[in-house]
Design a protein. Structure first.
Length: 115
């Protein structure tokens, strides 16, 4: 089964940089476990020193939508998202949170890849 590469962006509120880095230096074990159980690997978040966060990960499962529903159903993940969403601003029109509605993190189109 081919690996699916995902890339996304969201904007960080300028006042939240220190708190965002701190919480990601200490990600809750339940969140890390759910990420793994939902077939996400090689997950990284980068900051461009302006306000954009860029995330990339590999999806190694065979039911992305189903795994994302499992992720959303986890109360600890939803708590994490509530905390981190408060530090961010979505570039997606109509988005109001990671757990519901349009994608909070804006998906990016892959235009080039080489291995």
């Amino acid at each position: 089964m081919p690996v699916r590469r995902i890339a996304q962006i969201v904007h960080l509120k300028p006042s939240a940089l220190a708190a965002y880095k701190e919480c990601h230096a200490n990600v809750w074990p339940e969140v890390l476990q759910q990420i793994k159980e939902c077939n996400i690997r090689d997950y990284s978040i980068f900051y461009d020193n302006d306000r954009t966060l860029f995330a990339t990960f590999k999806y190694v499962g065979d039911d992305f939508e189903g795994d994302m529903e499992k992720m959303k159903a986890n109360p600890k993940v939803r708590e994490w998202w509530t905390m981190t969403d408060g530090m961010q601003e979505s570039p997606t029109p109509g988005a109001y949170g990671s757990a519901e509605g349009p994608s909070w993190w804006k998906p990016l189109e892959e235009v080039f890849y080489t291995d």
